[in-house]
Write a protein that binds this ligand. Structure first.
Ligand code: HEC
Ligand code: HEC
Ligand code: HEC
Ligand code: HEC
Ligand code: HEC
Ligand code: HEC
Ligand code: HEC
Ligand code: HEC
Length: 348
């Protein structure tokens, strides 16, 4: 063990000496420094999580610091030849800096840029030039296979149907599902949020990610093709209505819902009010609610209890259905004149 360390140490010194000559990194060089195995620079992601894997040859670093957008996020004292971690991503570009430190000195300073796309913010819909998605599973990742199982186990292939999820009974088996899923070790942070979508909690990843898709694990588009495999009741109910919401109509469920998990009820990507305002910026004042009443200038749209939905807060969804409705303007309440609407919450 000790000789191995000295051996690597010597090699490392040679590597450093070679490096100072301004020589481009040779094969032996890269083997003796901390390198990012995943992701490549200028990768595009959809959601707020990123898995990173570093090769850390023995003796190359005794501390690794990770800064995301100039804020220190992770410290690792390396003890394996590969160090893996997950980090959160903000919408837009994320500058990930990996500092390898040895005996107090920075021996390696690596930058990678990862762009998190968002269809809710017009300036982030398209990634900047040169950025692209890197389908991890579409490539041979034999470097990872030494410690990870890259093919799904039989238990990962769960049937796709609502009846496969008999609610409470099934919930008791989620921990067990995680423990046998081959996806868990690399993707465990995906469900580390307060609100977890049931099929993700059950590690039924393949109920939406098709192993035979091109590239592997791509989800069918539009999202409705995946979502309505299970949400049949909602499908029937919503399609029976006369008016559909814009993003619903084009089948973009995941523009509003994170299919895995999130900080917000209903796995919403943002809390309802912020979500609606991403596209309807002018409606937050509630002016539109009372515009026909000259004596009122605004109406609250949040921060108060909702009299029509006990236990919930007033929000845009108090009056509008985000999916579909039989009443124009996606109204929840059926009313013939505006006072009829008001009466659902105001006694007089
Ligand atoms: C030397 C063994 C080893 C190799 C090789 C390896 N990993 Fe890991 N990886 C691990 C271990 C062990 C964990 C669990 C770490 C933990 O739970 O703290 C892990 C966890 C992960 C995680 C989850 C990290 C987190 O905290 O959420 C990701 C992502 C990951 N590995 C990706 C990769 C990729 C990609 C490769 C190939 C480039 C790879 N790993 C190669 C050992 C390895
Ligand atoms: C070696 C670790 C590892 C294992 C095991 C693993 N993944 Fe991944 N997966 C990654 C990494 C790394 C990425 C890309 C970065 C990220 O999404 O955080 C990724 C990306 C994905 C993506 C996005 C599409 C793509 O290919 O980039 C899907 C979907 C996915 N994984 C599903 C699965 C499923 C389902 C399983 C289990 C059958 C699984 N993964 C097992 C590491 C792993
Ligand atoms: C209800 C359907 C559904 C389930 C279940 C599901 N996913 Fe996904 N997943 C999606 C959709 C939709 C996307 C976005 C794909 C796109 O637009 O390219 C996605 C994207 C991803 C990505 C890429 C993230 C990014 O930021 O680009 C990863 C990684 C992933 N899924 C892993 C998993 C794993 C692991 C599981 C099992 C725990 C899982 N998914 C279960 C629907 C699902
Ligand atoms: C494999 C089956 C399955 C698929 C596919 C699926 N869901 Fe679900 N979903 C469930 C189950 C099970 C529940 C929990 C029981 C319920 O609420 O009816 C649930 C609940 C939900 C909830 C309500 C969460 C809550 O807190 O009440 C939302 C929102 C949701 N799913 C959205 C989606 C979206 C969006 C998609 C497509 C990207 C999707 N689902 C695809 C099985 C599925
Ligand atoms: C414009 C944003 C938006 C889109 C697009 C959207 N949803 Fe929702 N969804 C919401 C909001 C907001 C709620 C919570 C409503 C509330 O507070 O009552 C919700 C609630 C839900 C629920 C649980 C309660 C219910 O109303 O049945 C399910 C299931 C669901 N959505 C599935 C879907 C599916 C499937 C799609 C795609 C066909 C979709 N959603 C598209 C915003 C959206
Ligand atoms: C991704 C963008 C997007 C988000 C997020 C979004 N909407 Fe919309 N909304 C649209 C589009 C597009 C239309 C259709 C075009 C129009 O009439 O302006 C629309 C139309 C509407 C309408 C008018 C429908 C009609 O018949 O005139 C209402 C009401 C509405 N949205 C409410 C909401 C509520 C409530 C939320 C939050 C749960 C929300 N929207 C979130 C894009 C969005
Ligand atoms: C107290 C009930 C109520 C609440 C809360 C409410 N709305 Fe409305 N909304 C209405 C009514 C009533 C109309 C129809 C006005 C009309 O027909 O002229 C409407 C119309 C709309 C329209 C259609 C465009 C228009 O101006 O006619 C959009 C978009 C909309 N609301 C979005 C929102 C958003 C986003 C929120 C949350 C910030 C919200 N609403 C909160 C009652 C409400
Ligand atoms: C979904 C329930 C709901 C509907 C429908 C509704 N309101 Fe309200 N309204 C509220 C809530 C909640 C408050 C805040 C009460 C408080 O401050 O405790 C409020 C407050 C008000 C206020 C006082 C504003 C202030 O802050 O002083 C007026 C005026 C008002 N509403 C008028 C209307 C009118 C007119 C209509 C019909 C067009 C209407 N509301 C429909 C829930 C509703």
């Amino acid at each position: 063990m000790r000789t191995r360390k000295i051996f690597y140490h010597t090699l490392f010194l040679i590597a450093v000496l070679l490096g100072t000559g301004g020589v481009c990194q040779s094969q032996t060089d890269t083997e003796k420094t901390v390198t990012v195995k995943y992701p490549p620079d200028k990768t595009v992601m959809e959601f707020d999580l990123l898995g990173v894997s570093l090769a850390v040859p023995p003796g190359t670093a005794d501390l690794i610091k990770v800064n995301v957008n100039e804020e220190e996020k992770i410290r690792i004292v390396p003890d394996r030849e590969f160090e893996c971690f997950s980090t959160g991503l903000s919408v837009g570009n994320n500058m990930i800096q990996i500092l390898a430190i040895k005996q107090g000195k920075i021996v390696n300073d690596i930058f990678i840029n990862v762009f998190r796309r968002s269809e809710l913010e017009s300036i982030y819909v398209k990634p900047p030039a040169g950025f692209k998605k890197d389908s991890f599973h579409a490539k041979n990742r034999k470097e990872c296979a030494g410690c990870h199982t890259l093919v799904p186990a039989p238990s990962d292939r769960k049937p796709v149907s609502m009846t496969a999820f008999p609610d409470e009974k099934m919930k008791g088996t989620y921990d067990q599902a995680a423990s046998v899923s081959t996806c868990f070790l690399c993707h465990k942070t995906l469900i580390s949020y307060p609100f977890v979508h049931d099929p993700a909690a059950a590690w039924s990843c393949l109920s939406c990610h098709d192993q035979k898709a091109e590239p592997q694990y791509a989800v069918k588009k539009p999202d409705t093709k995946a979502c309505f495999n299970c949400h049949l009741e909602e499908k029937e109910e919503w399609y029976s209505k006369g008016f559909f919401h814009g993003p619903f109509n084009i089948g973009k469920c995941a523009i509003c819902h994170n299919p895995h998990a999130s900080e917000n009820p209903y796995n919403l990507i943002k809390d309802t009010w912020d979500l609606c305002l991403s596209c309807h910026i002018d409606k937050g004042s509630g002016r539109h609610i009372v515009k026909n009443f000259s004596n009122f200038h605004y109406h609250p749209t949040r921060g108060k209890p909702d009299p029509s939905r006990p236990g919930k807060e007033l929000t845009c969804a108090s009056c509008h259905n985000p999916h579909a409705s039989d009443i124009p303007r996606l109204q929840r309440f059926n009313y013939s004149n505006l006072f009829g609407l008001c009466k659902n919450c105001h006694a007089k």
